[in-house]
Write a protein that binds this ligand. Structure first.
Ligand SMILES: [Zn+2]
Length: 294
């Protein structure tokens, strides 16, 4: 759950409060401020000058394509936007121990708490949606932020375009004291994870779990149970996590998405995803369960 953050009722373009947390992206990386060894999201005033403890930095308005306010954190406004240049970085030398830099969301996860990471993820998803939804999908007219809900509206045909969330299932399948892990062709070398995939239109979550496992590794499963969910901003998934038990069949990777898959005992686990992911949460949960039984 998000702590001390609330979504705005509507998105507002190019309008800022007095004090603002600025989630600004340049080529998909977020601008952060590092002071001594702690990382934070930079602060901006309503004129879009970076605020510092005692001084103000350069006006970066001329470096942004657009910015939108999307919520409140600890009573102060949050905005996000995209920078088309980072030349202003040359003027960001306030004090010796303060440094500004750009990090991607995976790197950010190691630098800030989970709450701030999630808010940065929301910002990332919003700018992704904002940039991709310039024109109406129905009639082709230019669309604008709605004045009454969190969406864009077409002035010609009235079509409303909401920020998209794509549900995906993710499932850890166990067989006694072993867990099913698979290597996806898109993963870094030697990384293994649990099975995941998008939900099809008209499909319920349990059916999506069964279908994905069957399609990707050719086995049947049973006892599908919901565990937890996680927004996953790459770029707009909502991961819905399950556990299940092996039922029947032999592991047969589809050879397209999944190149190898097998059952692993906890003492022989391969390289697995990082702590920020729900995949890792499911694997850790399985490990704990086995340890408890021993
Ligand atoms: Zn339209």
């Amino acid at each position: 759950m998000l702590n001390q953050f609330t979504f705005s009722e509507i998105l507002r373009k190019n309008s800022l409060e007095q004090k603002n947390w600025g989630f600004l992206f340049y080529q998909n990386k977020l601008l952060i401020k590092t002071e001594s060894s702690s990382t934070s999201i930079p602060y901006f005033n309503s004129e879009l000058f970076i605020k510092n403890n005692s001084s103000e930095g350069p006006d970066i308005k001329s470096f942004t394509n657009f910015y939108i306010s999307f919520g409140m954190l600890k009573g102060e406004s949050c905005f996000t936007g995209v920078l088309d240049s980072k030349e202003f970085m040359n003027d960001l030398n306030f004090e010796e121990n303060v440094r500004f830099s750009f990090v991607d969301l995976r790197e950010l996860a190691l630098l800030v708490d989970k709450n701030m990471w999630q808010i940065a993820s929301i910002a990332f998803e919003l700018v992704d949606w904002y940039q991709k939804s310039g024109y109406c999908g129905r009639c082709g007219s230019e669309v604008f932020l709605s004045s009454f809900q969190y969406a864009k509206k077409c002035p010609s045909c009235g079509y409303l375009d909401y920020p998209r969330v794509s549900p995906s299932i993710i499932v850890s399948v166990k067989k006694g004291d072993k867990i099913l892990l698979a290597h996806n062709a898109k993963f870094p070398k030697d990384l293994y994870s649990v099975i995941a995939g998008f939900v099809n239109p008209g499909e319920n979550l349990e059916d999506a779990v069964k279908r994905e496992v069957n399609e990707e590794v050719g086995i049947e499963i049973k006892n599908i149970k919901y565990v937890a969910s996680q927004p996953w901003p790459f770029p707009n998934s909502l991961m819905i996590g399950f556990t299940a038990d092996f039922d029947s069949g032999d592991i047969t990777p589809d050879g397209r998405e999944i190149t190898t898959a097998r059952w692993f005992k906890i003492e022989e686990l391969p390289k697995i995803p990082s702590k920020i992911s729900i995949a890792r949460h499911l694997i850790d949960r399985f490990v704990e369960e086995v340890i408890k039984k021993e």
